[in-house]
Design a binder for this molecule. Structure first.
Ligand code: SAJ
Length: 477
């Protein structure tokens, strides 16, 4: 442990001036909460004055949030801290040298998941900027989701190279992964436990000092930087694995002619001391910005590990296999569509498909990595026509998103429910059938939204994920 760093930090005294790089879904609420604490004097929000997002600087300095969607409490909090002069947004990165602590909340998407290659471009630029203005005694914290070993590795190297200072001796370095969720940004930061991992004990302690004041219900969980990186990527990997387990069970239940939701209820009933069966929900696939990439961060991290991995010979990672099961669900939706059309004597080629739901998550406009997209690609490639309805998503590249559900359903050969938006729970079979103008219409339920019997009795061919008990039903004319 470095006595030098401990002495410098003691000399410097408590953290008073904080900087946050990345005025997005993670950085803005984080900065506002730091600014609202009486433990700190000032928070600077750093935002490049770029074409695409330079507008945020003015907006934030007026106390307005540039974030879309409802974020309870955020507008008021921003106004409060800006009016109090405790939070200022600036494009002047040289002001980093005034600070005691700086956090980086910059997106780390995958350029190419196949090659496990994340796009660290923006993050590296942010780290370089910090390195340029880094001073002894500062704390640097990475909040982005990163491949394990990034803090100890790439981040440390760039900071030391740019500053000429030494991590763990001249400055503190840590990782504190964000756990924000759109719609509850402030609450998640205040109420979730906060994983905080330094490259050494003084760094961890300094990061604990930084985050403790913003937590209400949550508590700080200290560990090493790499353990913090693995925690974040693994917590999402585990969720993806749980969903894949439910999806694989749904496919098995279809093959065995039973209802997966009965089985799910049965499994879920096993409760009691120390018994956990966290069975999640099968569906048309897994989308979003977290679960679709964090598994690959974890897998890449283990490849950078310092010790040899002891694992069954030639066995695939169950985590990557889980990704493949989840990515198969849109293919299964396509197969269900083909099979259902066949039952009414139609080929997929030339059929008109009405797709209900484009967003990756219910009752949201978030359409990042939606499972609906690979399905759409397969439908188009098969020579079918497609119209997409979504009540929340406004636009998406290369696909028109309609707001009039009747227009989308009109004249369609098959209605396919991809997202569990609440608008779809009240679909009326007679209305739908009238709109399709077909003697025998087809409906595919990817999110357990409709009651199969009401549609089957109205003369539909029905197929549903996991509904082995209904997927070969008699056709009622
Ligand atoms: N999904 C299923 N079955 C389920 C749950 C989800 O198919 O039982 C699908 C959803 O339809 C969606 C995808 O998985 O397409 C992801 O859904 P999600 O509920 O995991 O939502 P995310 O991607 O926003 O995940 C976030 C993550 N939170 C953070 O990163 C801070 C994740 O760690 C949380 O567990 C999750 O929210 C949550 O619990 O809401």
């Amino acid at each position: 442990m470095s006595q030098k760093l401990e002495n410098i930090l003691k000399e410097k005294g408590p953290i008073k001036k904080i900087g946050v790089i990345g005025m997005g879904y993670v950085g803005i609420p984080a900065a506002a909460l730091f600014a609202d604490s009486d433990k700190f004097d000032i928070v600077l929000g750093f935002q490049r004055d770029s074409e695409s997002s330079g507008y945020k600087i003015e907006m934030i300095n007026r106390g307005e949030s540039p974030l879309k969607g409802e974020e309870p409490g955020l507008e008021e909090l921003l106004k409060k801290v800006v009016d109090a002069g405790k939070f200022v947004c600036t494009p002047d990165f040289s002001r980093i040298s005034e600070l005691d602590a700086i956090t980086l909340a910059i997106q780390t998407p995958f350029a190419d998941p196949k090659a496990l290659e994340p796009d660290f471009g923006a993050l590296k630029e942010g780290i370089r900027n910090v390195g340029k203005y880094l001073k002894p005694g500062m704390l640097v914290v990475l909040e982005s989701t990163i491949t394990p070993r990034t803090t100890e590795g790439m981040a440390r190297d760039i900071l030391e190279e740019e500053s000429g200072l030494k991590a763990g001796e001249d400055f503190a370095l840590a990782h504190a992964p964000e756990r924000v969720m759109v719609g509850r940004l402030l609450r998640n930061i205040q109420e979730h436990d906060r994983i905080v991992g330094g490259i050494d004990q003084p760094s961890t302690d300094r990061a604990v000092e930084l985050y403790s004041p913003v937590l209400t219900k949550g508590k700080v969980i200290p560990m090493s930087a790499t353990a913090a990186e693995v925690t974040k990527t693994a917590e999402n990997t585990f969720r993806d694995l749980q969903i894949a387990a439910a999806n694989q069970l749904a496919l098995y239940c279809e093959a065995m002619g039973i209802n997966v939701y009965d089985v799910r209820t049965g499994i879920d009933s096993l409760k009691g001391e120390g018994i956990t069966r966290a069975i999640l929900w099968p569906g048309a696939g897994v989308g979003g910005h977290c679960l679709t990439k964090d598994t690959y961060h974890l897998e890449r991290g283990v490849k950078l590990g310092t010790e040899a991995l002891d694992y069954p010979q030639d066995a695939e990672s169950i985590y990557v296999l889980a990704r493949r099961v989840n990515d198969f669900m849109p293919v299964h939706m396509y197969n269900l569509t083909v099979a259902a059309l066949k039952r009414v004597g139609k080929e997929i080629k030339g059929s008109k498909i009405a797709m209900l739901g484009w967003a990756f998550i219910n009752d949201s406009d978030d359409a990042r990595n939606p499972p609906s997209e690979p399905y759409k690609d397969m439908i188009i490639a098969a020579g079918a026509e497609l119209m997409v309805h979504d009540p929340h998503v406004l636009n998406y590249p290369n696909i028109e998103i309609h707001k009039d559900m009747n227009e989308v359903i009109s004249g369609s050969d098959a209605v396919v429910i991809f997202t569990g938006h609440k608008d779809y729970f009240s679909l009326n079979p007679d209305d739908v059938k009238k709109l399709t103008t077909k003697k025998c219409s087809v409906i595919i339920d990817g999110r357990n939204v409709i009651d199969p019997d009401t549609f089957i009795n109205a003369g539909f061919v029905y197929k549903g994920i996991g509904r082995g008990d209904q997927n070969s039903h008699e056709i009622i004319n």
